[in-house]
Write a protein that binds this ligand. Structure first.
Ligand SMILES: [Zn+2]
Length: 463
């Protein structure tokens, strides 16, 4: 080989090595982008997308700030989104991508109506109490719920359109866990007067599984009505599952009082008047009805009130405060009611009660001094008006049955005569009445309807 040729080979080899070296350096000096977090991310619809970040380096230097980020994620729309991270340095662009899948990840919700732990009577089947299923996207999907009826549980399953699953469970136990119920007619507290015969007012016992178990009730205790004092009567019953209930009635034997009670009912007749009449008949009690024509379809009950020995008296035809505009307007209203009473009972009545009572001050807004004048005018005409000395509270805001009963217990005590204000258009009055009567009877009170011997109770006129 000639020197010339050798030199050429060496030169060529050097050139190739140089070229390779340059390529190697170029290759080494390509920038790098590393994205933090997963390359593919699935996120919930409507959630917030936050890029986990990235780091770019070139020749050992952080050049993250030079990265161009492209693409955007609309989390309000399901779909696949791509974010591209590009850096332009060196020979070619360096590019990295991240895929973001936006989809509904939220499972639906099943809500069970009724208890999720259900105790059933042995031998019975569970009656579905209902359920609802809803999904953030699909809305109400109750009809898609699949029910798996197993012996000891019910499994409810539902999927939304994205196949997100929800389940709910209702556990079933076949055992009677509920105690029977004993109810005492006339309540847990009875007062009777000395030497009056004690007759149990009655009771009832029912069980959620066994139905009526009144026959199994064991009654214990006794009442010596010849001796004043407090006696306990016990009522005990067990259901088939041996759940036991015991209630006690307290019977108080007391000295009789020497009082008279006038039950008076205003504002009717109305829808509860019939039941009130039935109660009065059951206890053989006479009362007084201050009638109106506010509910004219019950007008014929005025005849019944009279027939059954109650006193029918006038309250007002309309129960409008405008009757207090003048003597004429009052009499106009009053006389029309008087004609209805005559029609129903065959005679006029001389007893009446002013709407709002004689001491009302609402009438002041209609005519000054009208109550004073009316009291005189009506008295001159031979009418007798009655206010009251016990308010049952049945028109008060909180006019519950127990409130009415407790008012009467509070205000009717001792000897004397009591005119009790009640309203036969109040449901709670109707419901309180049996207890009111048996309480007062037990105390020894006599019931009377208003007549000419009734002590007159008048408020002080305030207009
Ligand atoms: Zn009234």
């Amino acid at each position: 080989m000639s020197i010339k040729k050798k030199t050429l080979i060496i030169v060529c080899t050097c050139l190739v090595l140089l070229a390779l070296n340059a390529a190697f350096i170029a290759l080494l000096s390509m920038p790098t982008i590393r994205i933090k977090g997963e390359k593919t991310i699935t996120i919930n619809l409507n959630s917030e997308y936050k890029d986990a970040g990235y780091k770019a380096e070139y020749l050992g230097q952080n050049i993250s700030k030079d990265v161009k980020v492209e693409g955007n994620v609309d989390t309000s729309k399901a779909g696949t989104y791509t974010i591209t991270y590009t850096i332009n340095k060196g020979l070619v662009d360096t590019k990295v991508t991240r895929t973001i899948v936006v989809k509904d990840l939220e499972p639906p919700l099943i809500e069970l109506k009724g208890a999720t732990e259900k105790y059933l009577c042995p031998g019975t089947k569970y009656q579905e109490e209902g359920y609802t299923a809803s999904d953030n996207l699909d809305g109400d999907i109750t009809t898609d719920v699949q029910i798996d009826n197993q012996t000891d549980q019910i499994v409810y399953t539902v999927f939304d359109k994205e196949k997100n699953k929800a389940t709910a469970m209702r556990k079933l136990y076949y055992e009677d866990q509920e105690k029977p119920t004993i109810t005492l007619t006339d309540g847990e507290m009875i007062q009777i007067t000395k030497n009056q015969e004690y007759v149990d007012p009655g009771y009832n016992a029912t069980d959620n599984c066994d139905g009526s178990i009144k026959a199994s009730v064991k009654v214990g205790g006794m009442v010596d009505t010849s001796t004043l004092g407090t006696y306990k009567i016990t009522y005990e019953v067990s259901d088939k599952a041996q759940n036991k209930t015991m209630v006690t009635r307290t019977v108080q034997v007391i000295e009789p009082v020497n009082g008279v009670v006038y039950l008076t009912f205003d504002d009717g007749p109305g829808q509860y008047t019939q039941r009130i009449l039935d109660t009065l008949a059951k206890y053989n009690v006479k009362a007084t009805f201050f009638v109106t024509n506010q509910f004219s379809k019950y007008q014929n009950m005025i005849a019944q009130e009279a027939e059954q020995g109650h006193t029918v008296a006038i309250h007002t035809l309309t129960h409008s405060w405008n009757i207090y505009n003048s003597v004429d307007s009052y009499l106009n209203d009053f006389n029309q009611m008087q004609e209805i009473v005559k029609n129903q009972t065959g005679s006029y009545t001389k007893y009446f009660r002013f709407p709002g009572g004689s001491s009302n001050t609402v009438s002041k807004k209609h005519a000054t001094g009208i109550m004073t004048t009316l009291a005189q005018v009506m008295t001159e005409k031979g009418y007798i008006y009655y206010d009251w000395n016990v308010d049952s509270g049945d028109t008060h805001k909180n006019n519950t049955v127990s409130y009415i009963i407790s008012n009467i217990k509070k205000y009717v005590k001792g000897d004397g005569s009591y005119i009790i204000l009640m309203h036969d258009i109040k449901k709670n009055t109707m419901e309180a009445l049996p207890s009111v009567i048996s309480y007062l009877k037990g105390r020894g009170y006599t019931f009377k309807a208003i007549d000419d011997n009734t002590p007159i109770k008048h408020f002080k006129i305030a207009n």
